[in-house]
Design a protein. Structure first.
Length: 417
């Protein structure tokens, strides 16, 4: 392939890059004329994090280390890697040498830079290869991916009972005495629930919910949030937000909806959480008293999503534990288990709820931190609270929320931090 060197400016310095002849125009259009490092560092909430970025090779090991420490239960370390990965994702050029990253905010401790440097030099990071092969990591990763099992229970099962796999949980089921009913569901439908959900299936679930809501009452608004709204093609679940034209109209609807969905046979398991919203509790307590979770009425469901011919899995996907009713045989199986969260939102909180549930988790964390530290305002999925004036700042739309935070509007597709 014929190549040629082109020169461009990076972080105020002259740099060279080899490109393929023929692709020049396309490449040139993608290259930054001038990367404004100061602007990039000014406010990290103003950065854009697209799904498709310029540094997949560098981001991969950082995201792996984020996953590794999450699974191992060290959230602080995990967060450092996730922040470093996010910084790299936002760069408008492909990194070729470590000096291009000098003075960039968000790359954390020297260790993240070491991982980046090694990846730049060798194309891989030895630490990642070693950690990826660790038996303990592999076991904890599987266990904590079971619905109802978090990192701390996974660790307990592994350390105290020698559990390493879903089969081990099945073998030791009676002895483990796991009280949370979600785990039984998580194990029963493990294969289904660990298969990524496509955008098409997410829309199908939305359609089902939409239809059942329309039977109950008109004038609702329903939206798929989470990763799908950020443009991801697959997700681990479907996050659906629902609201009505005026505040208060949403009360009681979620219970009716669940009745309808159950009656139609769409629900394998569900757990309803009542609304616990209380302005005083949500906004005016000290940050360490405020729960990270929001207080909306919601239903955590496992849907029995009907599949059409070409969507039906070819292999038996479901592991069976001792359930009373006979599990349908493959021939009869024309459905798939899918995790769905249904969140009922009062109209006046919709904009903040949509922003919060669209994520990403790290983006929301960054926004909350910025709002708290720089604006003296508490942001969560219910609203924005001005701590100096002791009042809520209303918003009709996500655009309003960004305005209230003094930030430029960011399209969901650029919130993939
Ligand atoms: N969220 C948050 N803080 C949490 C949990 C969730 O801000 N502790 C928000 C951000 C994303 C959204 O809720 C949905 O959460 P997930 O479904 O876990 O994330 P996702 O981005 O939709 O990822 P996936 O595509 O895997 O479902
Ligand atoms: Mg999701």
């Amino acid at each position: 392939i014929a190549t040629k060197d082109i020169e461009f400016q990076i972080a105020g310095h002259q740099a060279k890059r080899q490109i393929q002849i023929g692709d020049e125009e396309e490449r040139d259009a993608k290259l930054p004329k001038k990367f404004e490092k100061n602007r990039f560092n000014e406010n990290i909430c103003e950065r854009n994090a697209p799904l498709q970025h310029h540094n997949q090779v560098l981001v991969e090991p950082l995201l792996f280390l984020n996953e590794y420490w999450t699974v191992m239960g060290d959230e602080r370390r995990a967060l450092a890697y996730s922040k470093a990965a996010a910084t790299i994702k936002c760069l408008p050029f492909t990194v070729t040498t470590l000096t291009e990253l000098d003075d960039l905010k968000g790359l954390g401790s020297g260790h993240c830079l070491k991982v980046i440097q090694e990846t730049l030099e060798r194309g891989h990071c030895q630490e990642v290869i070693v950690k990826r092969d660790s038996m303990k990591f592999q076991s904890l990763k599987i266990l904590s991916s079971v619905y109802g099992i978090g990192p701390s229970l996974a660790l307990k099962l592994h350390s105290n009972h020698g559990v390493s796999s879903v089969q081990d949980i099945l073998k030791l089921w009676n002895q483990l005495a796991l009280a949370d009913e979600r785990i039984k569901v998580g194990v029963t439908y493990y294969a289904d629930l660990s298969t990524p959900v496509s955008c098409t299936l997410a829309k199908k679930i939305k359609g089902i919910v939409e239809y059942e809501l329309s039977i109950i009452k008109d004038d609702f608004r329903i939206e798929i949030a989470g990763g799908f709204r950020r443009g991801k093609k697959n997700g681990h679940d479907v996050d659906i937000l629902i609201t009505y034209t005026t505040d208060g109209e949403e009360k009681g609807i979620l219970s009716s909806l669940m009745k309808h969905l159950n009656h139609k046979g769409y629900i394998l398991h569900w757990r309803l959480e009542k609304s616990s919203f209380d302005e005083e509790a949500v906004f005016t307590r000290s940050p360490d008293q405020i729960s990270v979770m929001d207080h909306f009425e919601k239903s955590f469901c496992v849907f029995k999503c009907p599949l059409q011919g070409n969507e039906i899995p070819e292999t038996e996907r479901t592991i069976r534990i001792d359930v009373n009713e006979p599990f349908p045989s493959q021939e009869q199986r024309n459905w798939r288990a899918i995790r769905v969260d249904l969140i009922m939102v009062p109209k006046s909180q919709w904009a903040y709820a949509l922003l919060g549930w669209t994520g990403s988790k790290l983006f929301m964390r960054m926004l909350r931190h910025y709002s708290n530290a720089h604006l003296q305002k508490t942001l969560n999925s219910h609203g924005l609270w001005d701590k100096r004036e002791n009042k809520l700042i209303p918003a009709e739309s996500e655009e309003d929320v960004f305005k209230n935070l003094g930030l430029s509007y960011k399209d969901p597709s650029h919130r993939n931090f």
